[in-house]
Ligand binder design. Sequence first.
Ligand SMILES: Cc1ncc(COP(=O)(O)O)c(C=O)c1O
Length: 375
Amino acid sequence: MNIPFNEPFIEKEEEKAIVRALRQKHLRGDGPSTQRVQEEMEEWLGVDHVLMTTSCTHALEMAMMVLGIKEGDEVIMPSFNFVSSANAVVLRGAKPIFAEIRPETMNIDPVDIERKINNRTKAIVPVHYAGVSCDMDAIMDIAAQHDLYVVEDAAQGIDAYYNMKPVGTIGDIGCYSFHDTKNITCGEGGAFITNNDEIARKAEIIREKGTNRAAFIRGEVDKYTWVSEGSSYIPSDILMSLLEAQLEKRKEIKSKRRQIWQQYMDLFSPYADVLRLPVIPEGRDSNYHIFHFLADSEEQQQALIDSFKEEDIPATFHYVPLHSAPFFESNYEVNNFLKRTQKYSDRLIRLPLYPGLEANEFYFSAVKKAIERIV
Ligand SMILES: Cc1ncc(COP(=O)(O)O)c(C=O)c1O
């Protein structure tokens, strides 16, 4: 059995889209495909501004720049996290402050956010792990009470919902990823989402190397020039053309992923007294980005990963918590109070999840065999 950990769902339509983009000879960014993708996403998500970016990492960097995050500021996020949101803060000379997670979802715990707020705090970055939304009502309430910005790291959250609202559209800014490991992909890509006109105006300048070129193209100014700090965050129209084809398949992709996720849940349910299965809380609609579960102990995590490997199943852990990563430890005073984050990341196991696995009975019996060897 040769099962990759991830595999993008690419068919003829994506191949045709790339060829069409090449023949069109508009290879740079902000061409016809980018325009169509932006408009389609604005309509689907019901938001005022979608700016396509080269990655979610870049959308997060733009967010911190737009919000004027600077030296001396603090931004609260989970430590159980990918590096991008922390780097975006560090690049502004500010400090990421890590908050605890809740084990049912591995998402940031609003109670701990509140404990970590002080007069240096400027923003909160909820990360919607595995495509299951954070508790956005609680987070938005805290942000409103303390006058903080909310930047949703929705890298894993495309087509996931919180009380019917797409994740990424609830905070001041949302950031999506279209990396090759994500549900909908163009290889490398992202989006910066906002309903705030002022944020959007600043973001379009930062995205375009700090120039007002976008306003010039709309005919609002007669010359474009350097008006702010910025960089180049515009994806090629070839990639946006591929993304356009992927977006058309979002229902099919989600439905296939849901089927596989459910197949895992059915298979794991007899072991639920030992292994802790993921929870999709009331009011949240997952996009089934990741299937994960928690082992009973760190030793059992390793034993299970080894047992999956024996069946040629590429099981893996997820995230070395950022507060314990070498970069943070050597540059910042380490916050030692993230016991839950450490405990649960030392137990988490991820299994492959992508369209194509849903009909693979051979694979699922190998998964069962690997669990039964240990549990
Ligand atoms: C939570 C989270 N944030 C940010 C990113 C970065 O996304 P990108 O690869 O598009 O920069 C990822 C990618 O895996 C992620 O999982």
